[in-house]
Design a binder for this molecule. Sequence first.
Ligand code: MBD
Ligand code: FE
Length: 305
Amino acid sequence: MNELTQAQLLERVTESNRPNGNPRVQKIVARITGDLFRAIDDLDISPDEFWAGVDWLTRLGQTGQYGLITAGLGFDRLLDIRGDEADRRAGRTAGTPRAIEGPLYIPGAPLSKFEVRLDEGDTQRGELMVMEGRVVSIDGKPVAGAIVDVWHANEIGRYSHFDPDQPEYALRRRIETDAQGRYRFRSFLPPGYAIPPNSPTSELFAAIGRHGNRPAHIHFLVTAPGLRTLTTQVNVPGDTFIDDDFAFATRDGLILELEKNTPPAGYASLGVTSAFTRVPFDFVMQPAVDEDESAPQARLARAVG
Ligand code: MBD
Ligand code: FE
């Protein structure tokens, strides 16, 4: 009775679930446990390998890097692909494509109406740009009062909050669109991102022989009542890694067009006094089919909220 084969053990593990548990969680845990039992057997994973893996997972959690691993192993993009497939089946293909949120979003950034400077102070930190456009619904109507939540890396590829050397909410802002659905912000074209060296994440990527670089990008979470929350990111053209993103997140329709040498007339309120790079971009939002779709929340708040 207490001598068990592998199959009997798996059965005992899953059948020891009780009716007062959560059936969905029971089902998922049973499946993943079984898949891992099989992987251990098929690949003849040794005890030392197994416990090295457990130790790595512990350190991964302690350093808060799970989100880097899900992105780097393609899970974030997988969820987007599945979302796109479901949308195609439902005939919901219009609008700005989704792109992964990534693990570096922080809620509660300062809120401004219509326009804001993300680059604080006057030091030149990269190519000066103003990104601007409208939030519109898929029938082309401007969306007043939409919230454009934007975040990007600093001149050395680091994100505030995760980088102790930057002020709180640096390069993170929320912009409320005006009556014509317009937003605009001044900043600089960010560089790409690289995973932290000497970390559990870099350990894994070195071991599987991969780089940990993302091409230059800017993140957005766009929300408005009655419209489907849009999580996306846009890419700066010309980056070496644009087709070799560690997080597999770049996609057609999200590569920016840069209007270099735009004259500064009309941009005085953003402190622009000489020719600059204008970056036009409209966010095209789908109607929400239920309240959940328009929840103005990022992924973790949705999952645990
Ligand atoms: C990033 O900046 C990012 O956007 C993602 C998805 C993963 C790691 C770093
Ligand atoms: Fe990013």
